[in-house]
Design a protein around this ligand. Structure first.
Ligand code: G6P
Length: 611
């Protein structure tokens, strides 16, 4: 949430920052701004996307080799020019960008108001900045010292980056709870919320840890803790290519990412699944297999789409491994003093690896002795670093705000993890194990097969683009797919949609059914097929419109539904990876037909680093 970029070095800072902000726009896009230092401090900011900021800077003085930039997802104060970052301190000397929330900002603000400070925005950021200025004024020390003192009083999460008119050769940054990566070039440094603005300049990066302060010059990077002790930067090599974060000929990142799924699933299986040898190799799991296989209970924590992947994992793990599983919203789990026993295992699922609620939830569980297994997409992210064990999903950068390829990669990894545990616990027969390995192996081809029929899905979607509500129903493994389908439609087409277990609809949602309500059934052939056929009949009897995701050749449902979205046959354990694909495309085409920016839907952000 909120994207930050900063540069110091021999290049002009402005173009580096603007390009970087565009790459980070998925994190927030309601306003943007930049501050540059060069014989004084220049600040430009504008409500709207980065393109709007570029427009107002045409013809302006953009010279400067040190600068900071920000793309905002509003927390304190509406999206507006004056609430956009960077903010300037009261004496005009400091400028700061911030990602996160200062929870005790109201108390700090009233202290400062009593001292005569006047505020020009509604943000918590301006409060923190003036608090830092005030400390420096009273203590007479350096900005670094003032920042250190200020951060000890701050409650909340932050990445902050400051520039100082009086020290035009230094950037100062600090982190707690929000991500910060520093790229190390030749006599230059790049700072960003993730590596995407950095990779075209350097592959050497340092991930800043919580409670660290970075003092950065063109040719020097110093890391310190809040106790003013120097810490050695751990330099890592990025394994990321520029092409992976560009649209590559597609109209939208979302479409590109949907169409990448055969490849991302293949990448996820590569080097792990070996059908001939009948093995799954996952070093991160294998190294901790004793603890994992002997877990008394598994708790899955996640948010959003990743939570839906967790729900599907609950079905898979309970069936294959016979270990009880509970799936929790991370935001609820972290605050309700959960009971965690020794021997419990927590699986944290996260695309970004930075979601604040998931991160704090596992930190708390770790303190109580749980083993943490991270299923994460972004390599080197906070969740991956604090987990004891884990497996990356290898889906590559996901830029469209609505998650697609990360979800199917999560399901693929979770199925492999479950199979591996089941094998170790001997809760699965050899034949079933081999069959599921083959099913996993066939996934990329089956997904390609569905994508080749995108035009049919588009035609169905266009028929329903003007509906106001939609109901998604599924049973068993396909129930969470119904939830995910409804979420996708809400996110990018702003149509109200609800997902329900198909049988549960009799306890409420059926009251909504009339000829104007489309009901999307996820009804591939599985153990519940006959039951869901009855549910379809119940909707038809009330004149609802039925759109059904079905297994190819399912004559029964074809004869009943208004529209069908056929997918290849698959074992029910694997089926969600297949049945979600038409629902992703269905939402995409409706969003586009309604003229919305599907990559950056209103009010949403890709990486939710505030709670
Ligand atoms: C945001 C994103 C969703 C994502 C959720 C959890 O809401 O827009 O696409 O599913 O956060 O994010 P995570 O990175 O933890 O999977």
């Amino acid at each position: 949430m909120c994207g930050i970029v900063a540069y110091i070095g021999h290049r002009q800072a402005y173009p580096v920052i603007i390009k970087g902000l565009k790459r980070l726009e998925y994190r927030g896009y309601d306003s943007a701004g930049v501050a540059l230092l060069n014989h004084g401090l220049k600040l430009y900011k504008k409500k709207g996307k980065v393109a709007a900021l570029e427009e107002i800077t045409v013809g302006k003085d953009l010279d400067g080799h040190i600068g900071i930039g920000h793309t905002r997802w509003a927390t304190h104060g509406e999206p507006s020019d004056r609430n956009a970052h960077p903010h300037q301190s009261s004496n005009g000397k400091l400028a700061m960008i911030h990602n996160g929330i200062i929870e005790n900002y109201a108390a700090l603000k009233s202290e400062l108001i009593k001292k005569g400070y006047v505020f020009h925005s509604d943000t918590d950021t301006e409060v923190l900045l003036n608090f830092i200025e005030d400390i420096q004024k009273n203590n007479g020390g350096t900005l670094e010292e003032a920042l250190r003192i200020a951060l000890k009083r701050v409650v909340g999460a932050y990445v902050v980056v400051l520039i100082d008119k009086d020290n035009p050769d230094t950037l100062i940054a600090a982190r707690k709870g929000s991500p910060l990566v520093i790229g190390i070039g030749k006599n230059e440094h790049f700072l960003a919320s993730d590596a995407s603005p950095i990779i075209e300049y350097t592959k050497e990066v340092v991930y800043v840890n919580d409670y660290q302060i970075a003092i950065i010059k063109s040719d020097e990077l110093i890391l310190k803790n809040l106790g003013n002790e120097r810490q050695t930067p751990f330099i890592q090599k990025l394994d990321l290519e520029l092409a992976a974060i560009e649209k590559g000929g597609y109209d939208h990142f979302m479409l590109k990412e949907i169409f990448e799924q055969p490849d991302t699933i293949r990448d996820c299986l590569r080097g792990r699944l070996d059908v001939q040898q009948c093995t799954i190799t996952m070093a991160g799991i294998q190294n901790n297999i004793e603890q994992i296989k002997n877990a008394n209970r598994i708790l899955i924590v996640a948010c959003g789409t990743s939570w839906h992947a967790g729900l599907i994992a609950e079905y898979i793990i309970e069936e294959l491994c016979r270990i009880p599983v509970e799936v929790e919203y991370a935001s609820e789990f972290r605050y309700r003093n959960p009971i965690i026993h020794k021997g419990d295992m927590i699986i944290a699922i996260s695309q970004s690896g930075e979601t604040a609620d998931t991160l704090v939830a596992i930190e708390k569980a770790k303190e109580q002795g749980a083993v943490i297994l991270g299923i994460v997409n972004v390599v080197g992210s906070s969740i991956s670093r604090i987990s004891h064990a884990g497996a990356y999903t290898h889906a590559g950068p996901e830029i469209g705000v609505a998650s697609t390829k990360a979800f199917t990669a999560q399901l693929t990894v979770l199925a492999m993890v479950a199979l591996k545990i089941a094998k170790e616990r001997e809760t699965i027969s050899h034949d079933r194990y081999l069959h599921l390995l083959e099913e996993l192996n066939d996934l990329p081809e089956k997904v390609s097969h569905i994508l080749a029929r995108a035009e049919h899905i588009k035609n169905v979607a266009l028929k329903y683009k003007d509906v106001i509500n939609a109901l998604y129903l599924g049973r068993g493994y396909n129930f969470p797919v119904a939830l995910e389908g409804a979420l996708k439609l809400k996110e990018i087409s702003y149509i109200h949609a609800e997902g329900y277990p198909a049988a549960e609809m009799k306890h409420g949602p059926i009251a909504l059914v009339d000829e104007s309500l489309p009901v999307i059934f996820v009804a591939t052939k599985d153990a519940y097929h006959e039951k869901i056929v009855s549910n379809i009949q119940e909707i038809k009897a009330r004149k609802g419109k039925v759109i059904a995701v079905i297994t190819e050749g399912d004559e029964t449902i074809t004869g009943m539904a208004d529209d069908i979205l056929p997918v290849p046959e698959a074992d029910e354990v694997i089926a969600p990876v297949i049945s979600v694909i038409p629902l992703q495309l269905f939402s995409y085409y409706i969003g586009i037909a309604k003229g919305y920016d599907v990559d950056k839907p209103r009010n949403l952000a890709k990486s939710v680093t505030v709670e």
